[in-house]
Design a binder for this molecule. Structure first.
Ligand code: IMP
Length: 188
């Protein structure tokens, strides 16, 4: 793997795996035997969703929905666009939305409205991370891996303008550190 700037680690890969396993156990404990539709919000939630799927004591397919707030930087413009749908119908299903991070809450709120309009019976939310201090839309989060402060994080699926998704840990993005690192990198 290419060298990355030495960003500060907020959550190690091990911590993430352990917590995801705990969440899977909580989800399994309340699964009532009714069918459940696992839907990952991509791109960011893919690693979390796959890990959670593997940790469940029963097998469920993983579906995907694509949602994005406009913009390529570290702030969202507040407009949520749903650009990709699960390949199966959500009608009468208990949807479990799997998110990487809930920040303002707008994405989850928009997706819950979307699935309700599509006839889902329920739409619960499991998120790896939550930044409660940033909330704008009121959303109920059923399963939260970690509450974190108002910092922009990358890694374990999360990106800044498409970069750093592949980092195994969740780290704090620092634009100045990144700039000084690329200046210092040898030119090959
Ligand atoms: P929302 O503000 O809750 O709608 O979050 C929208 C989306 O912004 C999330 O699904 C992430 O893709 C992205 N996002 C919010 N905070 C961060 C962050 O700290 N790092 C990376 N992506 C983030």
């Amino acid at each position: 793997m290419k060298d990355s700037p030495p960003f500060r680690v907020l959550l190690s890969h091990d911590q993430i795996l352990r917590r995801t396993h705990e969440l899977a156990r909580s989800i399994a404990a309340v699964a009532t035997g009714e069918p459940m539709l696992l839907v990952a919000v991509i791109e960011g939630a893919r690693p979390f969703a796959r890990q959670l799927q593997k940790s469940l004591p029963f097998q469920l397919p993983l579906h995907e929905v694509r949602a994005s707030s406009y913009g390529a930087g570290t702030t969202s413009a507040g407009v949520v666009e749903i650009t990709g749908e699960p390949a199966v119908s959500c009608r009468d299903q208990n949807v479990l939305l799997l998110e990487d991070i809930v920040d303002t809450g707008r994405t989850v709120a928009a997706l819950q409205r979307h699935f309700a309009a599509a006839g889902a019976r329920s739409c619960r939310v499991a998120t790896l991370l939550s930044k409660p201090s940033r909330r704008v839309a009121e959303v109920r989060l059923d399963y939260v891996g970690f509450e974190i402060p108002d910092v922009f994080v990358i890694g374990f699926g999360m990106d800044v303008a498409g970069r750093y998704r592949e980092l195994p840990d969740v780290v704090v993005y620092d634009a100045e550190l990144e700039a000084s690192f690329s200046r210092a990198a040898p030119v090959r």
